[in-house]
Design a protein around this ligand. Structure first.
Ligand code: AMP
Length: 210
């Protein structure tokens, strides 16, 4: 199954992608994670992307399209994949079409902007393994410490209030039009994001089976 998860930053795409990935045994591919890894290892691409990412802007299409082209050519994508955070513009969706990739379903996770702001500003991530927590909704066992690897939890630069507003504006302007793009192709399934992750997961899995 070839899937796309759409939705605003902080809608819960990453969490759902991890769950579906285990359920269907296909890789979850997050362009945001690939870019952050490149940045941490100081590659040219990572450094190029840094200023866009830190200010909440999108990294240029040609950069992310190349990342996806390379990643989808790897062996583990043969039986399908879940894209989390790609495409984010119509140009990226068209590039995916030009690669000859036939997407089966696009699941759009809808969460109101106020909720997104609350979620992102309370999000903390492990600086070592990238695991995600929340100050109110998903507390680690020990404050400030990752349950999985004991790494220190940090706030992503782009989860700071001003940048969150910019990311939401970018989402509505450049990414939301993708809903219409995939609806026209009959591929769009909408899931209302719930308070509890498990409840959103039920809806997401149901959307895969419809
Ligand atoms: P994410 O972790 O998915 O929220 O992505 C974090 C940041 O990485 C975004 O705010 C963008 O700066 C960049 N990014 C990730 N995916 C894309 C994409 N498909 N197109 C452009 N920029 C992206």
């Amino acid at each position: 199954m070839k899937l796309i998860l759409l939705g605003a930053p902080g809608a819960g795409k990453g969490t759902q992608a991890e769950i579906i990935c285990q359920h269907l045994n296909i890789p979850a591919i997050s362009t945001g994670n690939i870019i952050r890894e490149a940045l941490n290892s100081g590659t040219e691409m990572g450094l190029k992307a840094k200023s866009y990412m830190d200010s909440g802007k999108l990294v240029p299409d040609e950069v992310v399209i190349n990342i996806i082209k390379e990643r989808l050519a790897q062996d583990d994508c043969k039986n399908g994949f879940i894209l989390d955070g790609f495409p984010r513009t119509i140009a990226q969706a068209e590039a995916l079409d030009r690669m000859g990739i036939e997407i089966d379903r696009v699941i759009d996770i809808e969460v109101p902007d106020e909720k997104i702001t609350e979620r992102l500003s309370g999000r903390r991530v492990c600086g070592e393994c990238g695991a995600s927590y929340h100050l109110l909704y998903k507390k680690p066992q020990v404050e400030g410490v990752c349950d999985k690897c004991r790494g220190a939890l940090v706030q992503r630069k782009d989860d700071q209030p001003q940048t969150i507003l910019e990311r939401l504006a970018v989402y509505h302007d450049q990414t939301e039009p993708l809903k219409g793009y995939y609806e026209k192709k009959g591929k769009l399934f909408i899931v209302e994001g719930q308070e509890e992750v498990a409840d959103t997961t039920k809806l997401t899995l149901a959307a895969l089976e419809d």
